[in-house]
Design a protein around this ligand. Structure first.
Ligand SMILES: [Zn+2]
Length: 167
């Protein structure tokens, strides 16, 4: 399994120097470390999880976003959703498994599966250019991410700034 922390750290309770640094610098969160380890512990029972890759685990207040490559999304969800169910009960929060894309437009859509996205447009601003992600205001409750959480997860995955806008 490939995750935010190395395999040694997935197996142990302590973090190696490299992984501690990531944690200290805020590149990964403690909750993401815990969840990666929990996911790893499930490989014993569910061997299909062994060779998966997890690009990012983002912990929001309402929902935890797990970003994985296209070919691994189904495995992270699990047979009949068994893995997602276990993760959700472990953290007592909704889990959303999202297909990886480094492209803002595509990733925003992947991140908001049940939300109508009207468009993703680049806005040129003297301060910092960003992508305006226009969504249907009727779908607000389905986003499950606060505006700043949406911006943060898109930045982590694509390196770009994006802001939600409601229509
Ligand atoms: Zn490590």
């Amino acid at each position: 399994m490939e995750a935010a922390i190395c395999e040694v750290c997935l197996k142990n309770d302590m973090l190696c120097e490299g992984c501690s640094k990531k944690l200290e610098e805020g590149e990964i969160s403690q909750k993401a470390v815990d969840l990666s380890r929990y996911l790893y512990s499930l490989t014993k029972e569910h061997s299909y999880l062994k060779d998966i890759e997890v690009n990012e685990i983002y912990v929001g207040e309402e929902v935890i976003v797990i970003v994985a490559p296209e070919e691994d999304v189904g495995k992270v969800v699990g047979k009949g959703g068994e893995i997602v169910k276990k993760l959700a009960s472990e953290v007592d929060r909704a889990i959303r498994v999202v297909e990886m894309s480094e492209e803002v437009k595509q990733f925003s859509k992947n991140l908001l599966p049940d939300v109508k996205v009207y468009g993703v447009n680049k806005v040129f601003s003297p301060k910092e250019d960003y992508y305006k992600v226009v969504v249907d205001s009727d779908d607000t409750s389905r986003i499950m991410l606060k505006d700043e959480e949406f911006t943060e997860v898109v930045k982590k995955v694509t390196g770009e700034s994006a802001k939600l806008s409601f229509k």
